[in-house]
Design a protein around this ligand. Structure first.
Ligand code: NDP
Length: 313
């Protein structure tokens, strides 16, 4: 068991965490960043990122995160690939314990733990997860060359995954519970132009169908909520893309959360209800969920942590 001490402890390695690290390191605060389980965060399961400024030809999500990590390391951020499993915010310095039984002691803490994918909650979805049900087209799409797949959801992620899957699959059925997509107009246009994609509107998935031995998806049953009609389609893969929930379980009881479970921060600030604990990125902001927004809020959190340390010398 090792004990790490730092003026600024950063939890999480998405755009918010790395940016907070970059700013804290440049302010001479010798930050330590604990990466968490999904190193690089949600962007590591994204394909092309066209809207992060500075990359005119687009960049892949994993590559972008690798660049951020290298930049943070080059500037002196100490990155520990471990996962914080318990925090104690009752006194400063704050103590955080990790999965590998290390102890991290921070004069300030910046929470950048992001959000994770949501699941439909069906028994059959759980049963076939990893055997035809996936939460990541980028990770698993390759296995569905010339096959038929379905994507569930109506946001940007669902549309992006459906478009991505057309690179491999024979056909893609997008199943959405309403009659209008939440995805932005540009994505909707790309979707409507793609002949490999059909959309099933007003449809709620009832069951993922498949075989027992071997465990394998063969189809999907869903119901049209307007006509009450049930339909079955044959698919080999089901990609669930219905949004995210904040990764705040370890902070419950230690810090104020919103009713949706996000870290509650002062308006326009990264400050939480605990003096010296800050939050940045998707874990505090369910509204925009963009890498650039997360990066910006990581910067704000580092600047506010710096100010706090100056005031509490
Ligand atoms: P969203 O919350 O935007 O969309 C979730 C979708 O899933 C909605 O269409 C919602 O339906 C549907 N849904 C939610 N729960 C269920 C359920 N239980 N059963 C069936 N359907 C359900 O999440 P996304 O992951 O799509 O996007 C998150 C954020 O990331 C957004 O701000 C998005 O713009 C951004 N993003 C940007 C990208 C880009 O710019 N390249 C790429 C990917 C994401 P309903 O609409 O009825 O609520």
């Amino acid at each position: 068991m090792a004990e790490y001490k730092t003026p600024v402890l950063i939890i999480g390695s998405g755009p918010a965490g790395y940016t907070a690290g970059i700013y804290a390191a440049r302010a001479g605060l010798k930050p330590i960043l604990v990466s968490g389980e999904q190193i690089g965060g949600q962007l590591t399961i994204t394909t092309e990122v066209e809207n992060f400024p500075g990359f005119p030809e687009a960049i892949s999500g994993p590559e972008l995160m690798m660049q951020m990590r290298k930049q943070a390391e080059n500037l002196g951020v100490e990155i520990v690939d471990d996962k914080i499993v318990e925090v104690d915010f009752k006194h400063r310095p704050f103590i955080c314990s990790s999965e590998n039984h290390h102890q991290f002691c921070g004069e300030t803490v910046i929470i950048c733990t992001g959000a994770s994918a949501r699941w439909l909650g069906l028994e059959s979805e759980k049963k076939f997860r990893g055997f035809g049900v996936s939460g990541c087209a980028t990770c698993d799409g390759f296995f569905y060359r010339n096959k038929n797949v379905a994507v569930i959801g109506g946001g940007n992620t669902a549309v992006e995954e459906a478009l991505y899957l057309t690179n491999f699959a024979h056909s893609v059925t997008l199943i959405h519970r309403r009659d209008a997509l939440r995805a932005d107009k540009a994505m909707q246009e790309r979707l409507s132009k793609n002949k490999k994609i059909q959309v099933e509107w007003d449809s709620v998935v009832e069951e993922v169908l498949g075989t027992e031995n071997p465990l394998s998806v063969t189809g999907l049953r869903f119901k049209n909520v307007k006509t009450d009609q049930t339909k079955e389609i044959k698919v080999d893969g089901v990609f669930v893309a219905i949004g995210h929930h904040p990764n705040t379980e370890i902070f419950e009881g230690q810090i104020e959360l919103t009713k949706e479970g996000y870290i509650a921060c002062r308006p326009g600030s990264s400050r939480t209800n605990i003096a010296g604990v800050f939050a940045a990125g998707d874990v505090k902001n369910p509204e925009f969920r963009q890498a650039i927004v997360a990066a910006g809020s990581g910067c704000v959190a580092a600047l506010e942590a710096d100010r706090f340390l100056q005031e509490h010398k």
